[in-house]
Design a protein around this ligand. Sequence first.
Ligand code: PXP
Length: 243
Amino acid sequence: MRFYINVDHVATVRQARRTDEPDPVRAAVQAELGGVDGITVHLREDRRHIQDRDVDLLLRTARTPINLELAAASEILDLAVEWRPLQVTLVPEKREEVTTEGGLALDEVRARDTTAEAVGRLADAGIRTSLFIDPDEEAVRVSADLGVDAVELHTGEYANAGRTERAEQLERIASAARLARKAGLAVHAGHGLTYENVAPVAAIAELEELSIGHSIVSRAVFTGMERAVREMARILRRARAHP
Ligand code: PXP
């Protein structure tokens, strides 16, 4: 399973002062030394954290692939086609949200059309496409119909669930993962995963890729990025070896 780190949260600290530190590009270098397989960044329309300069520099300097998250109906799509990262994950974006709150609303005709158009443009540019969706049967089916390469299953509800609801949310993710795999899609997952809750998700055999950000960056404040990444990588390896 590939382990991607989301370094948006490093940029959030930098933007709190609109200065040049801490630098998410330097964080990516440290994360690579710790053993990540790739770097995830979300370039938002409001440029709240990651800036164009960060993506540009990461694409030119990272040793591992970049997974660029963006909203389909934004001018960022033009930038992505120009930049050609290995992979783009399409995500919903609302101006007021603190973080991405859920998967794409593929049950809405407008969202589906915008997504379809974006997927076509990205695929024509040779970019691997992934859709961030809720772990539901219908969302998986629509994604397969749209001809994407992968889906990223939203793990936020699992992460926020109380003890009693957690098993149910985990099974929801596992069942969506099985369905997506059967439909020929690569299966990714992410959002809200921590050192404490990641193991059962990482143990889902169909999962190929995980994107984890906030929990690692939070630990890195105390331990340094390289060590924080190594600790997460160890948990992921153990979960895969002894599911
Ligand atoms: N995947 C997607 C699509 C996201 O939007 C985010 C958050 O930016 C993540 C993964 C990582 O989530 P977290 O920071 O909670 O680990």
